[in-house]
Design a protein around this ligand. Structure first.
Ligand code: BGC
Length: 267
């Protein structure tokens, strides 16, 4: 097995389920030492860490923190410093949905989504940049550090009934691109992966019955739902020197969801 991330240290936020879990497994499989961040569910996080350690032989730590809380994010980076001696790769994955019709959306639903999906990504990215600048270049990579935002097709596709989520991901797009522009001269690479429909708990109603799955496929030209591993593979590439000339990019891993599938036969 190739280990393009050997000697590198990675933090994956929200890694105790779904896409985050698959990214943690993929990065560890590529040789990285991994910290799995989770907000709740210590036992699940520990079980995932154990499974990944067994299958990849990489070192895996877990750390509880709510990424929307500044003090908790700072404490998590202090632990990274103490246990790993620093960080090479941040995967800003933690995110959630609180769906509601717009006219019924509460301020709490709005704030919860913005605080986790956007402010949480800001806080973790800021601490990662501080860490990269402090530690300097390391022989394990051509870049000073790498940040991968997990955005969504909804950073560009409007989404009725989910305006808080779409607004948070639209924000992530320009957060990512502006940070990329600011730190490219210092050789920090900053990119986003924008998943389409991936089979995870966040969108279970969209795939768990045959009727829902058929309706979902109308939105996916490639005619299959994505699997978390599809995102894990993209994350390994973006974290490795194979993508050394890529920064400021939103990479859509979506089976063509962005291709206006309604126009396949209309227009
Ligand atoms: C959302 C999923 C949704 C997908 C495609 C993702 O960002 O979290 O719930 O299925 O976008 O619409």
């Amino acid at each position: 097995m190739q280990r393009p991330l050997a000697g590198q240290r990675a933090l994956i936020t929200g890694a105790s389920s779904g896409i985050g879990k698959a990214i943690a497994a993929a990065l560890a499989g590529a040789g990285a030492t991994v910290m799995i961040n989770y907000r709740s569910g210590k036992e699940t996080a520990e079980a995932i860490a154990h499974e990944i350690r067994e299958s990849t032989k990489s070192a895996v730590l877990t750390h509880q923190a709510d990424v929307s809380q500044e003090a908790e994010v700072i404490a998590m980076f202090e632990r990274l410093q103490a246990e790993f001696g620093g960080l090479d790769i941040l995967v800003n994955n933690a995110g959630l949905q609180r769906d509601a019709a717009f006219h019924e959306m509460t301020l709490e639903q709005w704030n919860t989504v913005i605080e986790v999906n956007l402010t949480g990504q800001f806080l973790c990215a800021r601490e990662a940049v501080r860490c990269f600048l402090k530690q300097g270049m390391r022989p394990v990579s051509k870049a000073l550090g790498k940040i991968i935002f997990i955005s969504s097709v909804h950073e560009v596709i409007p989404w009725a009934g989910h305006v808080n989520y779409a607004a948070s991901k639209g924000g992530v797009m320009l957060l990512m691109k502006s940070v990329a522009q600011e730190y490219a001269p210092l050789r920090i690479r900053v990119n986003s992966i924008c998943p389409g429909a991936i089979r995870t708990p966040i969108n279970r109603p969209a795939w768990e019955t045959p009727e829902a799955y058929q309706a979902l496929l109308k939105l996916i030209p490639y005619k299959r739902i994505g699997e978390p591993e599809d995102i894990g593979k993209a994350a390994v590439w973006l974290a490795s020197d194979d993508s050394d000339y890529v920064t400021g990019a939103s990479i859509f891993v979506d089976g063509g969801m962005l291709l206006y599938p309604g126009f396949e036969s209309g227009g």
